[in-house]
Design a protein around this ligand. Structure first.
Ligand SMILES: *[C@@H]1O[C@H](CO)[C@@H](O)[C@H](O)[C@H]1NC(C)=O
Ligand SMILES: *[C@@H]1O[C@H](CO)[C@@H](O)[C@H](O)[C@H]1NC(C)=O
Length: 498
């Protein structure tokens, strides 16, 4: 392998003009590697401390990596790489305008000038194919008015980590395809009110923006995403407007309050990030009344005060957590103060303050069901009682015997009287002996079981009471005549046949 490398390198050294595609490794004599990947010829001269390019490079290379070297000017041979699709010359010390010949490269679509020494950005050529331009990590504080006018296909512009404190609103008005603009880590103090019909994503994180103007976004008519995280915004003006905005990142600012109108002019708002702000008062769900597409809200890192324990705690909690939940972590909706509810969710703080006996909302449901069941049982028993009363037999003849179920159940019952015919008709299938527990709940017997025969005799004498009816809950309170102290009267009807 090693000897192959040497051989190849030697061949290349002798016949530089004949090297074409294919994998050629020539690191022994040349700081640059040439290889093809995905049908593109790559030339990699990165990290070599170069201030000039070596001779003998393949000028057909399409992907050029000259990053992390010591170039202070564009290298002389660069001019010959007319097939370049991508030029990465980041991590050098360039600060001169782009050489004019680059504008003639027909296929160039990515230009990486990140981490160089630019302080002013000028470009007046036409770069008809350029789609991505990376100018991050320079010292740019000034950009010429027409800098992007000659880049009709520019799609992605990275300008983060520069020293930009202001930008003309018309800077991108001719960059008709610009979708992504990254201006994070600059010195901007307000959102530049760009005119752009193409911009989708505007990132302004970590600048020094303090003020938001109501109309800063309205000339960006396709805007979907704005990142204003890590700034010093204290409030969002009422009616802050964008007809298209869907994702709004306001995390790590100094916002302490919202109103019903804060988001009322953002009809397409879907994702809202308000993490790490200075909210104390729990929001009202009416703040989001005009945002029907809102599906994600980030609220962590605010010191919510649940003081007052208003019903808002419950309503907004419900609004944010109702399935599909808008907060990924309902545990972020927790009270910071007052001390007696710290770490409780808004919902729990409310419930425990106003309904300390309830353990959860389910308790209400459970209670409602129980009350329903009890009412149902009472109604049923009333109806049963009425039906039974309607079928009540004629008062029995004086001689009628009065045998009871209980007597049979206890096994101490006397033999039924033979003189009379009594049919006992069970009312229900479960006309069974009471269980021990039931028995405990029943009215006590005054007399012992041994005295039951006497008891029966006594009943025989009381002609008006010797009929029995079924008993139900209603009977417990009724005062009509019945055989007192006899638990055995339940659940049977006697029909006497004369
Ligand atoms: C430009 O180069 C830097 C590092 O050299 C890299 O982080 C960045 O992603 C590159 N930009 C583009 C658009 O490729
Ligand atoms: C917490 O204290 C407040 C008074 O500051 C009181 O109204 C509330 O009921 C208390 N809540 C709980 C859950 O103890």
């Amino acid at each position: 392998m090693y000897s192959d490398d040497v051989l190849l390198a030697a061949l290349m050294w002798l016949l530089p003009a004949t090297t074409t595609g294919g994998v050629v490794r020539d690191t022994l004599f040349n700081p640059c590697r040439t290889y093809s990947l995905n049908d593109q010829l790559h030339l990699d001269c990165s990290d070599q401390g170069l201030s000039e390019l070596p001779d003998g490079l393949n000028y057909d290379a399409q992907v050029l990596d000259f990053s992390n070297n010591n170039f202070e000017t564009f290298p002389n041979q660069l001019e010959h790489f007319t097939q370049a699709v991508k030029l990465d010359i980041s991590g050098n010390h360039l600060n001169l305008p782009l050489p004019g010949y680059i504008a003639n490269w027909p296929n160039l679509h990515t230009l990486n000038l990140s981490d160089n020494n630019y302080d002013v950005w000028v470009s007046d050529g036409r770069y008809n194919s350029l789609e991505k331009l990376d100018l991050s990590k320079n010292k740019i504080n000034k950009i010429h008015d027409d800098a992007f006018n000659g880049m009709p296909k520019l799609f992605f512009l990275e300008l983060s980590e520069n020293r930009i404190d202001d930008l003309q609103s018309t800077l991108f008005s001719k960059a008709d395809n610009l979708h992504n603009l990254i201006l994070s880590r600059n010195s901007l103090t307000s959102v530049p009110p760009f005119q752009s019909s193409s911009l989708r994503s505007l990132l302004l994180s970590n600048c020094q923006i303090q003020n938001l103007k109501v109309d800063s976004l309205i000339r960006m008519t396709s805007l979907l995403e704005v990142d204003l995280s890590i700034n010093q915004i204290e409030s969002v003006p009422d009616n802050f407007q964008s007809h298209t905005l869907q994702e709004f990142d306001l995390s790590y600012n100094e916002i302490s309050s919202l109103t019903d109108r804060t988001f009322s002019s953002l009809p397409n708002l879907a994702v809202l990030n308000l993490r790490g702000n200075e909210f104390k008062d729990v929001w009202a769900s009416s703040y989001f009344a005009s945002n029907p597409y809102l599906r994600e809200v980030h609220v962590k890192g605010n010191r919510w005060s649940c003081e007052g324990f208003s019903v808002n705690l419950l309503l907004t909690y419900e609004f944010l957590t109702r399935e599909p939940s808008k907060v990924s972590d309902p545990g972020s909706l927790i009270c910071y103060s007052p001390a007696n509810v710290t770490q409780l969710t808004w919902q729990r703080a409310y419930i425990e303050t106003w309904h300390p006996d309830e353990t959860s909302a389910q308790t209400y449901t459970f209670m409602a069901v129980m009350i329903g069941v009890i009412i149902g049982v009472i109604m049923t028993s009333l109806i049963c009682r009425m039906l039974v009363a309607a079928n009540k037999p004629e008062p029995p003849r004086p001689a009628a015997p009065a045998e009871t179920t209980a007597l049979n159940l206890n096994g101490t019952a006397p033999q039924p009287r033979v003189e009379s015919l009594i049919m006992r008709v069970p009312l229900r299938e479960e006309d069974l002996p009471p269980t021990y527990d039931e028995a405990l709940l029943m009215p006590r017997l005054n007399a012992s079981f041994h005295s039951l025969p006497d008891f029966v005799d006594e009943v025989e004498e009381t002609t008006t009471r010797s009929y029995r009816r079924s008993r139900s809950i209603g009977d417990l309170t009724e005062s009509r005549p019945r055989v007192s102290d006899r638990r055995s009267v339940r659940r049977t009807v006697e029909i006497r046949i004369n």
